[in-house]
Ligand binder design. Structure first.
Ligand SMILES: [Zn+2]
Length: 483
């Protein structure tokens, strides 16, 4: 595979410490609120990358943290504690907030077909690791104690700015974040490893340490968790592009200073999802979540399809119109796959292998998912039987994660049911255009009514209403439209 590496700013052939095996780490969410779909774009692209590795024959060990302590509203250790902010907002404890939003995050991932990493570790579960690392950094002079906190001394490093060539003044805290500079710091970009003298007197989570009772900084948790579960040689570290500085820069500084050798050669950063008006964030405008997409009648996988249409290193502009276009293309694709006959012929193994190798090559060019999608259409047009086409498409979908075969089968099933319903003189008319899922629900309601199961029929009507569908029974069928 050829992969762009943000640490070298070059695309090169991807190599791993142990041939055929990838140790992969992903920065997880700070669980103080719902994830918006811009955050989820990163996890989605990382998911495709992991699945690509497996499809191409690698074994993968993927680790992700859950930030439930220590992440302040400014990534440079200033501002408010995000978890405390969430707890105050909802009149709950920090741990209740953490549990709730961790579960919501994985609900969203499941809906988007994002595989749960092999290891998911909340930051609060690895405090001993952080203390071990910080203790060694103190012994070797990479860290210092000032004003009650432990800081990493960035001036000890010959090269601190790994991901950018910016001058350090432009990146200095205070200039960048509009927050007060921390007078305890020796250098403007030194960062906190351990807080004791916190301005948050109501900080709920505290641990004993050699430097006093307190809690870890945000950056140390990823180093600690990765070193524990990925080992000393990490192959690939992933995250959103806004994590590159200061978060990933600080992870490299502390991990390599602790280990005394290079830590992670490959860095994978996913570009932002923006709205037409600018960078998408939780603080301004509409809060775009997976639930909102569902409320508006989208399948979360419409969004997955939308993301796959563009390259992970390109900024992606979200508009409802763009999402509609993606949904239209996705539905058409599923329909075409549904038109294939699974009983047509036997799988031609050599054709399957050739297509597989081609896909590995095409998508292996810096995770080119758009070309991966267009290969689906090549398969549909190929001169082979339908059984082989379905086998190839199923393989590609192990990487793309669009549930193509399941959805195609659902369309076939619905067509069978529609055919039998229309045989009985029942027709469904969609004034807002066809929608297989809505029509399947309307058919289920018709069948429930026919079986005199009126409670079920009412339940389905309510479910349709919750999706914004207005249903009118007419002689010989039903007419529906979006409210
Ligand atoms: Zn991280």
């Amino acid at each position: 595979m050829y992969l762009y590496n943000s640490a070298t700013r070059r695309k090169a052939e991807f190599t791993t410490h142990t041939p055929g095996h990838v140790e992969m780490y992903t920065c997880g969410p700070t669980v103080y609120h719902f994830a918006h779909i811009g955050n989820l774009r990163s996890y989605l692209c990382e998911d495709v990358l992991e699945k690509y590795f497996r499809y191409a024959g690698y074994s993968v060990n993927r680790v992700m943290n859950i930030t439930d302590v220590g992440h302040l509203t400014s990534d440079a250790d200033a501002g408010e504690d995000k978890m405390l902010k969430g707890a105050r907002r909802e009149h709950k404890s920090v741990m209740e907030i953490a549990r709730f939003y961790t579960d919501r995050f994985f609900d969203d991932c499941r809906k988007l077909n994002i595989r749960r990493p092999d290891t998911v570790q909340p930051a609060t579960g690895c405090v001993d690791e952080y203390i071990k690392i910080i203790s060694r950094l103190m012994e070797t002079g990479y860290a210092y104690f000032a004003g009650g906190n432990v800081y990493f001394d960035t001036s000890r490093l010959p090269r601190y700015y790994v991901f950018n060539a910016h001058d350090k003044d432009a990146l200095a805290v205070g200039v960048r974040d509009g927050v007060e500079a921390d007078a305890n710091k020796r250098n403007s970009n030194d960062f906190v490893l351990w807080f004791t003298k916190s301005k948050f007197e109501d900080q709920a989570l505290k641990w004993d340490s050699p430097w006093g009772t307190g809690y870890p900084g945000w950056h140390i948790e990823c180093s600690g968790i990765s070193l524990k579960y990925n080992g000393e040689y990490l192959d690939l570290h992933c995250g959103g592009v806004d994590n590159a500085f200061p978060h990933h820069t600080n992870e490299i500084a502390q991990s390599e200073s602790y280990l005394g050798h290079p830590w992670c050669p490959w860095w994978f950063h996913v570009a932002h999802l923006n709205t037409a008006s600018g960078k998408m964030s939780k603080s301004d405008g509409e809060f775009l979540t997976v639930s909102l997409l569902e409320e508006r009648g989208y399948d979360p996988l419409d969004y997955r399809f939308f993301c796959l249409q563009s390259h992970y290193r390109k900024m992606l502009v979200f508009t409802w119109e763009n999402l509609d276009n993606a949904r239209g293309a996705y539905r058409k694709l599923v329909k075409r796959i549904a038109a294939l006959n699974p009983a047509d012929g036997a799988v031609e193994e050599d054709v399957l292998r050739t297509f597989r190798e081609k896909f590995v090559g095409v998508v292996g060019n810096d995770l080119n998912t758009a070309s991966g999608l267009s290969m689906l259409y090549d398969v549909l047009k190929a001169g082979t039987n339908d059984a082989t086409k379905l086998a190839v498409l199923g393989g590609y979908d192990e990487v793309l994660g669009l549930s193509l075969l399941d959805k195609a089968e659902a369309v076939r099933e619905q067509e069978r049911r529609s055919a039998s319903a229309s045989h009985e003189g029942y027709t469904i008319t969609g004034e807002s255009g066809p929608d297989p899922e809505v029509e399947a629900l309307i058919l289920s309601r018709y069948e429930a009514k026919k079986a005199k199961n009126f409670a079920e029929a009412d339940r389905i009507r309510d479910a349709l209403r919750a999706r914004g569908v207005e249903l009118t029974d007419v002689p010989g069928g039903a007419v529906w439209k979006r409210a």
